[in-house]
Write a protein that binds this ligand. Sequence first.
Ligand SMILES: C[S@@+](CC[C@H](N)C(=O)[O-])C[C@H]1O[C@@H](n2cnc3c(N)ncnc32)[C@H](O)[C@@H]1O
Length: 268
Amino acid sequence: MARNDQYFKVNKATWNNKVKVHAESKMYDMHAFRNGKSSLMPYELQALGDVNRKSLLHLQCHFGQDTLSWSRMGAQCVGVDISDEGIALAQQLNEELGLNAQFVCCNVLDTSEKVSDTFDIVFTSYGVIGWLPDLKPWGQMIAERLKKDGTFFMAEFHPMVWMFDYLEGKPKMKYGYMLDEVIYEEYKGTYANTNSNMISKEYGWNHGLGEVVSALSEAGLHIEYLKEHDESPYNVLPDLVETDSGMYVTKDRLYPLIFTLKATKINR
Ligand SMILES: C[S@@+](CC[C@H](N)C(=O)[O-])C[C@H]1O[C@@H](n2cnc3c(N)ncnc32)[C@H](O)[C@@H]1O
């Protein structure tokens, strides 16, 4: 078994189990989504603007709500995810809604083996890089799948967020900012339904901002910006407070919750 395959196998099984729980959750609100509500958040909507007629590759698309939201805005989308249950539901939703997205089930690191097209936009968001042991092959794959002058955009939880253990009462700073070792967590429920009886078993890795930027720039991308934000569009961490604009912040706003990064593929 190749290095890390045993981790990906466990994560895939957990994500397969999460699909049904999430599809029935209040957070993913399938009823509103089916009736036309976009699942996209202000950070990515503002950053990518008009996507009409653009080709868009969505990495780690879960069961496709965001991919299909971009499709509804006129983008020609391909979504990739390791979870076959997620991809099956995404394909079903695509058909049901009469959209034209395509979905591919594979490890995101193997995307170039399954998808040969190049894209105007590569997009990924909120809870993605922590499932990958090493960002170098991820950065290379993104550069391979972008057209020249194409845009990569990501909105992700800030690495500070992953320094805490949230499973035992009050969040406790426990994990290294750029810890190399794998982190294993096992807990009841998921971020979208903490009351669910499913047991999440997960292997993850922490990546500092320097690692993210270097993986992309070494692969040939020009970083347009890296922004840190203390407002999260998702209420998935303990003790967040809702703002008037519907975002979530920590009580004291001591550290960022989200970062956004935009990059362009340049000719080398
Ligand atoms: C937190 S979700 C992404 C969030 C997404 N924006 C959403 O809420 O719909 C993480 C996704 O990454 C996928 N994933 C985890 N490890 C992966 C891997 N190695 N390759 C591809 N997908 C992976 C999971 O199946 C899951 O769908």
